[in-house]
Design a binder for this molecule. Structure first.
Ligand SMILES: Nc1ncnc2c1ncn2[C@@H]1O[C@H](COP(=O)(O)OP(=O)(O)OP(=O)(O)O)[C@@H](O)[C@H]1O
Ligand SMILES: [Mg+2]
Length: 164
């Protein structure tokens, strides 16, 4: 498996001064996403992971509003018309943080497996918030996005790359 840090050096660091920039970055990422892709959004509380997921959903043209899955740990979005004209694909938005990361990783794994979603994960784009450290074990290939918040400012930065 290619080193995660190497993958993150694949692209220049992106500056995201506003939430609109974060969403636009998500729409851009979506253009290259296909069924079976796993996207791992890593970043501290309030880094903009859900905003990025919203942009990805818009770029994929999936149905339903993206919000923080507080009570539902995984939200399924049915395929819609893709603005880029690509093959329609569903999206599953998972909040791995609320699955219990930090407590017991083995238990977290079981929870992810036990979700028993209606959506066939191999036929969807799966976007996981706070997934680094857990979800990477589920599949060897994923698109990793690391979001950071600069101290004392609203400016976010993103590093990203394909871990293969
Ligand atoms: N440049 C920016 N990019 C993304 N979000 C921003 C930015 N500036 C301000 N925000 C705001 O930061 C807040 C947190 O964003 P968001 O919910 O996407 O973060 P998160 O990483 O998903 O948080 P959590 O860890 O709670 O899941 C939102 O209110 C959002 O509007
Ligand atoms: Mg969130």
């Amino acid at each position: 498996m290619a080193d995660r840090e190497d993958a993150l050096r694949e692209h220049a660091v992106i500056h995201l001064p506003t939430v609109e920039d974060t969403e636009a970055f998500g729409r851009r990422l979506a253009v290259d996403l296909v069924a079976g892709d796993l996207v791992v959004l890593d970043g501290p509380l309030g880094a903009g992971k859900t905003a990025l997921a919203r942009g990805i959903a818009a770029g994929l043209g999936v149905q339903g509003r993206v919000s923080s899955p507080t009570f539902i740990i995984a939200r399924e979005h049915r395929a819609g018309e893709r603005p880029d004209g690509g093959a329609p694909v569903a999206m599953v938005h998972v909040d791995a943080y609320r699955l219990g990361l930090g407590a017991d990783r083995a238990a977290t794994f079981d929870e992810l497996d036990a979700l028993d979603l209606d959506t066939d994960l191999a036929g969807a784009v799966v976007v996981v918030e706070w997934g680094e450290g857990i979800v990477e074990h589920l599949t060897d290939r994923h698109l990793l996005v690391r979001l950071r918040r600069e101290p004392e400012s609203d400016v976010r930065t993103a590093q990203w790359g394909r871990v293969s």
